[in-house]
Design a binder for this molecule. Structure first.
Ligand code: PEP
Length: 277
C-alpha cells in the first residue's frame, strides 16, 4: 500500500503542472492614484482560481502602493523593466535587488525595450540574470517583426532571442523562467499601424513548439515541458480563449486590454475555463 502510494506520488510529481498565467502590462499608463483606484475595482471582481495566476505590471512608481493594496492570493506583481546591476551610480535606473520582495516577476526583453530603447541580447541576458539572482521570475519576451516574418525568419529570430536571453541560465534556474511569444506585428501599440495583423492559433502553436523545441535542445525534455509559454499581441475578451486553447500555450501577456477592467476580468475567466491540455 505504502509502495503503491509512493508510486502515485512520484508519478504525480513528475507530471509537468503548468499553472496558467495572465499578466497585465499597463505600460506607461495610469498615475499612482489611478492605478490604486483601478486595483480597487479589479480586487472586487477578479475571482481567485487555483489554476490561474494573475499578475499586474503597473508603472514602477505604482508598484509600492499597489503592493500594499493587493492580496497576494489574488494578484502578484511584475516590474515592466529593471536594471541589471544591483546598485551603484546608474542615475534613473531601478535594480532587481531594489525590486526584490516587491515583485514576483519582471518583464524582460519586451519588443518596446528592444526596438525603442535598443536593448540587445547582452543587456537582456544580464537582466534575466539579475532577476534570477534576486528571486524574481523573468518573463522573457521574444518575437519577430513583420519584416522578419515576411522573410521567413520567424524560427531563426525566436532561436536567436531565446539563446541570447537564456545564455548563462542554468537548468535549475530555467524552472523560474517564463517565455512570452509576442510577434511584434500583432501588438496593439501602433508601431505597426499599417501591418497590424493577428496570428492564427496555428501560427502561435508553431511558435510555441519552436520555443519548447529549443528549450529541449538546451535544457532537456523535462525543462521544455515545464516551462510556461505565454502568447501576447492584441488579446482581448473576445479572442483570449482561442489563444489560451492553443497546445503549448499557458497564458497571455495582455497590453491594452489589461487597462479595461471588463476585458481583463473576462480574460482571467477564460483562462480558468479553458480545457486543460
Ligand atoms: C504587449 O505590448 O506586450 C502587448 C501584448 O500589447 P497588446 O496586448 O496591447 O497588443
Amino acid at each position: 500500500m505504502e509502495k503503491y502510494g509512493k508510486l502515485v506520488i512520484e508519478s504525480i510529481s513528475e507530471m509537468p503542472s503548468r499553472k496558467k498565467l495572465i499578466v497585465g502590462n499597463w505600460k506607461m499608463n495610469l498615475t499612482i492614484h489611478e492605478a490604486s483606484v483601478y486595483v480597487h475595482h479589479l480586487a472586487q471582481k477578479v475571482q481567485v482560481h487555483r489554476d490561474v495566476e494573475v499578475v499586474l505590471a503597473p508603472t514602477m512608481l505604482a508598484l509600492q502602493p499597489v503592493s500594499l493594496q493587493i492580496e497576494r492570493r489574488q494578484f502578484k506583481l511584475a516590474a515592466q523593466n529593471l536594471y541589471w546591476r544591483d546598485h551603484g551610480a546608474y542615475t534613473g535606473e531601478v535594480s532587481a535587488s531594489q525590486l526584490r520582495g516587491l515583485v514576483d516577476y519582471a518583464i524582460v526583453g519586451h519588443s518596446e525595450r528592444r526596438h525603442i530603447f535598443h536593448e540587445h541580447h547582452k543587456e537582456i541576458r544580464s537582466k534575466v540574470q539579475a532577476a534570477l539572482r534576486n528571486n524574481i521570475k523573468p518573463i522573457l519576451c521574444i518575437g519577430e517583426t513583420a519584416h522578419e516574418r515576411a522573410s521567413g525568419e520567424t524560427k531563426d529570430v525566436l532561436h536567436d532571442q531565446l539563446l541570447g536571453g537564456l545564455a548563462n541560465v542554468t537548468s535549475d534556474e530555467m524552472s523560474e523562467v517564463v517565455v512570452a511569444y509576442e510577434p511584434v506585428w500583432a501588438l496593439s501599440n501602433g508601431a505597426n499601424f499599417h501591418d497590424h495583423k493577428m496570428p492564427t492559433p496555428d501560427d502561435v502553436k508553431r511558435a510555441a513548439s519552436a520555443i519548447r523545441g529549443q528549450i529541449k535542445h538546451l535544457y532537456g525534455e523535462k525543462a521544455s515541458e515545464a516551462v510556461r509559454v505565454l502568447y501576447g499581441g492584441s488579446t482581448n475578451a473576445s479572442n483570449a480563449s482561442s489563444f489560451l486553447a492553443v497546445d503549448g500555450i499557458d497564458g497571455l501577456l495582455v497590453g491594452g486590454a489589461s487597462l479595461n477592467q471588463h476585458e481583463f476580468i473576462s480574460i482571467v475567466e477564460s483562462a480558468h475555463e479553458v480545457d486543460d491540455k
